[in-house]
Write a protein that binds this ligand. Sequence first.
Ligand SMILES: NC(=O)c1ccc[n+]([C@@H]2O[C@H](COP(=O)([O-])OP(=O)(O)OC[C@H]3O[C@@H](n4cnc5c(N)ncnc54)[C@H](OP(=O)(O)O)[C@@H]3O)[C@@H](O)[C@H]2O)c1
Length: 235
Amino acid sequence: MSEIKRVAVVTGSNRGLGNAIAQGLAREGVHVVVTARTEEAAKGAAEALRADGLSASGHQLDTADPASVARVMADVGYEHGRLDILINNAGVAIDRGQEASNVDMEKVRATLDINLMGVWRSCTAAIPEMKKNGYGRIVNVTSHMGTFGEMGLGSVSYRVSKAAVNALTCILAAELKNDGILVNAASPGKVNTRLAYGKATHTPEQAADTFVWLATLPADGPTGRLFFERQILDW
Ligand SMILES: NC(=O)c1ccc[n+]([C@@H]2O[C@H](COP(=O)([O-])OP(=O)(O)OC[C@H]3O[C@@H](n4cnc5c(N)ncnc54)[C@H](OP(=O)(O)O)[C@@H]3O)[C@@H](O)[C@H]2O)c1
C-alpha cells in the first residue's frame, strides 16, 4: 500500500520562520502549500522550494481577509483531496512600547485581527477539510510574551493576542481530539527574522524543527499544549 503524501498549508511562509517551517516540512516528504499576502510572493517562494527538488505550490493568502482564507482551504482540499497540516505562522508585532492604559486602539484591532482572528478563521476553514479524512495537525505559532508566567509590560496587544491563541489552542484541542486532529502551539524563542524582539538566539531553521515535529506527530502524540524546544511550558 502506498504511503499517504501529507499536504500542509503554512501561513506567511514567503519569509522568516514560516519559510523555514515550509522547507522543513517539505524535506519530511510533505507537499507544502506556501502562502503569502501576494500571489507573486507565494509563487516565488514555492518555486524556490521546487528548485531544491521539494514538493510545493504557491497560493495567495491574507489571514485578515475571510474570503481569502476560505478560498485557500477549499482550493487545497479540492486540488489535493486532502488538507492534513495547518501551521498558523502569519503574525505581526506593531505595538512595541505600547502600554495597556494608553494604547492606540487601531493597533490593538489590527494586531488581534491577524494574530488571533487570522489563526481562528484559518482553523475554522481548514478543520472541515481535515475532518473529511479523519486526520489533522494544527500548530499555532505563539510566543513566550503571551504566557502568564512571563507576562510583562509593553507590546500589549501582541502579548494579549498570543495569550488568546494559547487559550484557543487548548479549547480546539479538546474539541477535536476525537476527530483525529491534534492541536498544539509552540513558541520559537528569539528568532533572527524581521519581527525579532531583542537579540535573537535561534536561526529560523533551528526554530522550525519543533514546528515540523508537532506537525508530524503520531496519533498518540501530545495535544493541547504549548511547547518550546520540545519542552512543555506552563500556560
Ligand atoms: N521572530 C521571533 O523572535 C518570534 C518570537 C516569538 C514568536 N514569533 C512568531 O513567529 C511568527 C512568524 O514571525 P517571524 O519572526 O517569521 O516574522 P516575519 O519575518 O516578520 O514574518 C511574518 C510573516 O507573516 C506574514 N504576514 C503578516 N501578516 C499577514 C497576513 N495578514 N496574512 C498573511 N501573512 C501575513 C508576513 O507576510 P509579508 O511578507 O507580506 O509581510 C511574513 O511572511 C509570528 O507569529 C510571530 O509572532 C516570532
